[in-house]
Structure formats: structure tokens, C-alpha cells
Design a protein around this ligand. Structure first.
Ligand code: COD
Length: 306
């Protein structure tokens, strides 16, 4: 169990691996502050790709060593691919989104000839530290796959379960979220949830305790289940929430951030290397935590896990 992002950072720092992060469009103060923290604590180094004329003054302002590598690429239509090329050339092991649109960044990652595709589905995994909760919770996919099919949901689950294994959670409690617990053909998410649980029962997923269709209240609170006459092994102790579409996941994470003061980290899974994908509005802390999470996932790459 991971209790906090401080624990993620501590575990990432303890890894015996040299990580360099390739940052696409690094001309952003919050990104550079996160890079500075990562470098100061010995977590990772970085190569900054972007408009050097904008990056250099920001580096001076925050006291980032001028020796840090910068690759000058002011053209926003090229910056993603240049950052990706550093990964392909083995100069960096983690890719990070800076000050560019998520879709443009992801298109560089997905580029057929020059991207980081593996043949597997790529998916976004959010990790949330929620005040009052005793452990970190994971949620997918609120960042990349817009309206996943059943087969894509299976791949999203497998990506997430592999990543959770890499961070030491070997048999997570998984909730396939829907609006209620009844399978209803008019609510396709409930039909998919039932099918995913059947796949798990048939041994097609990785080790986990999975329930669905299940609504958020039952997943969060054992008392809610009792009232509804539902028995659940995972109620109140879910590690991973699978959401039916990007809007559900994106809105759920942002509601937790804004109303419950949660802290979020975000990474993309299923590519050749781990990818840090946070909102441009994410705080330097959130970006640092995402880097640490990606470094832990990178340790799985080296073991052949991710
Ligand atoms: N995994 C692997 N391959 C993929 C994936 C994926 N998740 N998505 C698309 N591909 C492949 C396709 O098979 C195809 O070969 C090629 O990539 C292009 O596919 P399109 O035409 O569907 O892809 P795009 O470029 O139109 O869209 C891909 C995006 C990831 C950019 C798109 O899905 C997107 O914008 N997602 C939402 C990003 C976002 O706004 N997130 C919210 C903020 S974080």
C-alpha cells in the first residue's frame, strides 16, 4: 500500500537508476520548478526541449543550473517529436509534457514512425492523494482514451494493473465504476463492467479483486452497500477505479482536486517508456509527484514490466 506521494518520492529516490526526463515545451515556470526539485533531490535529471529564449530567463529566475541541457525548438508543431526523439535515441528514459496541448503532445507519442508506440493501447493513469483517505487511489482513464470500447477498457485495466504492480500493489481492489449496480443494456457501461469482471474470473487480467458494475457511493462506503443490500469485498478500500469514459475520469479527478483538496499525479502507460502527462495548470508539486511515479514505473520497464 502506498500512503502518500512523499512515499512515492522516497521510493523513487531509492531506486538504483539514472533517469533523465525529456521535457517537451519546457518554457514554463512550474515545469522548471518541478525539474529543479527533482534534480535537487537526486530523483532525475532533465533535457529541456523548447524555446531557449523563453526557457533561459525562467531558469535564471528560479535558480536552475545553466548547465542543464536545452534543445532549442521554438516551433510548437515540432517540439513534441523532438522530445520524443531523445527517448528513441536513449538519451532520456521518461518523457514529460510541458507547456503544450495534451492532444498535440499525445499525437507526437503516437506518431507511427517517430513515436513511442509498442502495439499496445496507451492509457492515462491518475494517482490521487485525498485528504482523510489512508492510501493513494488510482483512476483510469480520464486523460487519453475518449470513449473506450470493451476491448480498450480491458487494455486500460491491464496497463493500470501492471503499473500498480510496478509500484508494489500486487493484488489491488478494483472498482469498475458505473451509475448503479444493475446490469442494464440501456447503460452500456454496466454491461461492459459485467464483462470485465467475467474476464477477470476467466484469468484474462492480472491479479486483482474486481467488482462491477459498482457506483461510487458503494465503492467508497461499506454502509452504502449495506443499505442497498449489496455485499462488497472492496467497499471503502478501492485501489483502482476504472471509469467508463474520459469525461467521468477527468471530472472526478478535478472535483477531488478542487473540492476535496486532493493532489494528483498523472502518467501515460503502454508506450515504450513512461510518460508524465499532467494538466498545464497542475502545481509544481503535482508535476514532481508525477515524475516520481513515472520513475517508479520506469523501474518496471527495466524489469520488463511496463
Ligand atoms: N493507444 C494506442 N494507439 C492509439 C491510441 C491509444 N490510446 N489512440 C490513437 N491511437 C492510434 C490509432 O490507432 C491510429 O493509428 C493513430 O493513433 C491515430 O488515431 P486517431 O486518429 O484516433 O488519433 P487522434 O490523433 O485523432 O487522437 C489521439 C489522441 C490521444 C490525441 C485523442 O484520443 C485525444 O485527444 N485524447 C484526449 C486527450 C485530452 O484532451 N486529454 C484531456 C486532458 S489531459
Amino acid at each position: 500500500m502506498l500512503r502518500s506521494f512523499e512515499e512515492v518520492v522516497k521510493r523513487a529516490k531509492e531506486l538504483d537508476q539514472e533517469i533523465t526526463i525529456s521535457v517537451a515545451a519546457a518554457q514554463d515556470k512550474d515545469v522548471l520548478l518541478a525539474i529543479k526539485s527533482a534534480q535537487d533531490m537526486g530523483l532525475a535529471k532533465a533535457i529541456l526541449v523548447g524555446d531557449a529564449d523563453l526557457i533561459k530567463p525562467l531558469m535564471i529566475e528560479i535558480g536552475l543550473s545553466p548547465e542543464m541541457s536545452i534543445i532549442h525548438e521554438p516551433d510548437m508543431s515540432k517540439v513534441g517529436l523532438v522530445a520524443v526523439s531523445l527517448i528513441r535515441e536513449g538519451k532520456a528514459q521518461v518523457l514529460m509534457k510541458g507547456l503544450l496541448n495534451s492532444s498535440d503532445f499525445l499525437r507526437a507519442v503516437l506518431n507511427g514512425q517517430e513515436g513511442l508506440r509498442t502495439g499496445r493501447l496507451l492509457s492515462h493513469l491518475a494517482c490521487l492523494e485525498i485528504p482523510g483517505e489512508e492510501k493513494l487511489v488510482f483512476l483510469s482513464d480520464g486523460g487519453m482514451n475518449i470513449a473506450p470500447t470493451l476491448a480498450e477498457k480491458k487494455d486500460i485495466l491491464i496497463n493500470s494493473l501492471l503499473a500498480l504492480q510496478n509500484v508494489g500493489i500486487n493484488c489491488p481492489n478494483v472498482a469498475i465504476l458505473t451509475a448503479n449496480e444493475m446490469v442494464n443494456p440501456k447503460m452500456p457501461a454496466t454491461v461492459d463492467a459485467q464483462a470485465l469482471v467475467a474476464m477477470s474470473d476467466a484469468g484474462e487480467l492480472l491479479s486483482c479483486i474486481i467488482e462491477g458494475p459498482i457506483a461510487m457511493d458503494v465503492a467508497m462506503n461499506p454502509e452504502a452497500g449495506k443499505h442497498k443490500g449489496i455485499t462488497s469485498k472492496i467497499a471503502g478500500k478501492v485501489d483502482l477505479f476504472l471509469v467508463p469514459n474520459i469525461e467521468t475520469g477527468n471530472v472526478a479527478s478535478k472535483v477531488l482536486i478542487h473540492f476535496a483538496k486532493a493532489q494528483m499525479a498523472g502518467i501515460v502507460l503502454g508506450a515504450t517508456h513512461p510518460i508524465v502527462l499532467t494538466s498545464r495548470a497542475e502545481t509544481p508539486k503535482g508535476k514532481l509527484y508525477s515524475m516520481a511515479l513515472a520513475c517508479l514505473a520506469a523501474s518496471g520497464v527495466q524489469k520488463g514490466g511496463q
